[in-house]
Design a protein around this ligand. Structure first.
Ligand SMILES: [Zn+2]
Length: 485
């Protein structure tokens, strides 16, 4: 039997994307995997040996994560897929009602412009009028947002609101085709507006250059037909999911990481929400974000285009939708599958007894593990300036680099011992508890996880996290003329 490992988890499975096993049920497959790959245990199971809530195990397209499915005998040709949070059927009615459709008119220019849509019998004049009547919010004008915004504008969506508070950075231009080199340092919503105007000046474009939070989100979404999540962090994803469920707006979700993408529709036709599928996000640092892990440039175009296509199908009211399903696309091995995801009757947001009734009363920082809790010992940090001073003085200390080998090839850190996070607990003996140990990674998040991992394993020596990681240290290093890089 073959076990497929999602890209986000491969580092814990010896970098394999597929593992062969002769075991014939989920329980023995999990035992085989954790025996073969001891590092995988910490990502799959919590301290009570329960499967972590952000992990899903599929056999074919069926969810087998619940432990009562673990003893079911599987056939040799069955395929298992292990998938963490990153993040239909019958054709349904359009989300735009007939009254709003009939209130629209297409002029001669529209008829020429949208000729290719009008030729499709499923879209035709009625479908194009529904597209014109539609009011859509796109959260994020980054890589996924780039194709979503341009395709929705090109297809003639009447009102597009784009929410993004960031400016364009040079690194964005390689995959965010909405922005060009001359847009660097401009607000992303400004270059989005220019692009949309160039495509079709009749589109109502609304820019919200703000960060979505629980105070402003309902006002931003209220009165819109559809929300498209093109963000890149768990806090925004759960906040968007919750606001959509509370305002009863369908959500087209997508996420990308390295070579892999996912698309789904939440909160539509009585289908599940993000919380039904993934009750909790991963612990910060355990699954790298796409900013840390990287993505191949066209993946955002592939996945964002599918997202825009799903949005148009919901607006027109045609085809099979991805509600109750999750599409996964692996662009490296050219696999794609559609997995069934179920509504959870115990979901705190959309289940039988709801406990989340307002986004303002829910603590997203704490939920996503972004806040230090009272009973957790805070991790002590060291500034890049302080570390530079100690290095210049040759102070006795140990520096541990927890980055992956290919990241170290971009920028090496001098005199650092290299220990990936997964190996830390078993290589604890290499540390000297008599001197300070400084943990470094790209942005200062994985190194906090490294310190907590060692604490759990019983290491008692002094440990410090390099604040802001190597990203923050770079400028200081260059002011030292790169002497130790
Ligand atoms: Zn739910």
């Amino acid at each position: 039997m073959k076990v497929y490992i999602s890209a986000t988890l491969r580092n814990y499975f010896g970098k394999n994307h597929v593992i062969e096993t002769a075991e014939d049920n989920i329980r023995s497959v999990l035992k085989f995997l954790t025996d073969e790959y001891p590092d995988a245990k910490q990502i799959l199971f919590d301290e009570n040996e329960k499967i972590r809530s952000f992990i899903r195990i599929y056999v074919g397209s069926d969810d087998h994560t619940a432990s009562d499915m673990w003893y079911k005998k599987l056939a040799e040709e069955d395929e298992i897929l292990i998938l963490p949070a990153i993040a239909g059927g019958a054709p349904s009615d359009s989300i735009i009602n007939d009254k709003r459709m009939k209130a629209q008119t297409l002029d001669d220019n529209d008829i020429k412009r949208f000729e290719k849509h009008l030729l499709l019998k499923e879209i035709s004049v009625k479908g194009q009028k529904r597209i014109k009547a539609a009011r859509v919010v796109v959260c994020g004008a980054g890589s996924l947002g780039s194709s979503v915004i341009q395709y929705l504008a090109a297809a003639g969506v009447g009102t597009i609101k784009v929410v993004d508070d960031k400016d364009v950075a040079l690194a964005d231009v390689s995959s965010q085709v909405l922005h060009s080199s001359r847009d660097v340092n401009r607000p992303k919503v400004a270059s989005a507006k220019d692009k949309v105007r160039n495509i079709n000046k009749n589109i109502e474009f609304e820019a919200e250059s703000v960060k979505l939070d629980s105070e402003n989100i309902e006002e931003i979404f209220d009165g819109y037909d559809l929300v498209i999540d093109c963000t890149d962090n768990y806090k925004a994803r759960y906040l968007i999911n919750d606001a959509c469920a509370l305002l009863d707006i369908p959500l087209v979700f997508a996420s990308i990481y390295q070579y892999e993408g996912r698309v789904g529709i939440f909160n539509h036709n009585g289908g599940p929400c993000l919380r039904c599928v993934y009750p909790e996000p991963p612990v910060p640092g355990l699954v790298p974000t796409c900013a840390e892990g990287g993505t191949i440039s066209p993946l955002a175009g592939i996945v964002g285009s599918i997202q825009a296509n799903e949005a148009l199908k919901l607006i027109i009211g045609i085809g099979d939708h991805l509600d109750g399903k999750l599409l996964t696309v692996d662009s490296l091995y050219l696999n794609s599958r559609i997995l069934n995801v179920k509504k959870n009757s115990k979901c705190p947001l959309c289940g039988l007894s709801k406990t989340i009734v307002s986004v303002e009363d829910f603590d997203y920082e704490e939920f996503c593990g972004l806040k230090e809790s009272d009973n957790e010992v805070p991790v002590e940090g060291i500034t890049p300036e302080e570390l530079t001073r100690r290095m210049d003085n040759n102070d006795p200390m140990t520096i541990i680099d927890v980055r992956e080998p290919h990241e170290r090839a971009i920028m090496r850190f001098p005199n650092a011992i290299i220990i990936p996070i997964g190996q830390l607990a078993r290589r604890m003996k290499e540390l000297n508890p008599e001197v300070d140990t400084i943990f470094i990674c790209k942005s200062g998040k994985r190194s906090i996880l490294a310190i907590n991992t060692l604490r759990e394993a019983g290491y008692e020596g002094p440990m410090y996290n390099l604040k802001g990681g190597i990203d923050a240290m770079k400028d200081i290093v260059f002011s030292h003329e790169g002497a130790w890089l």
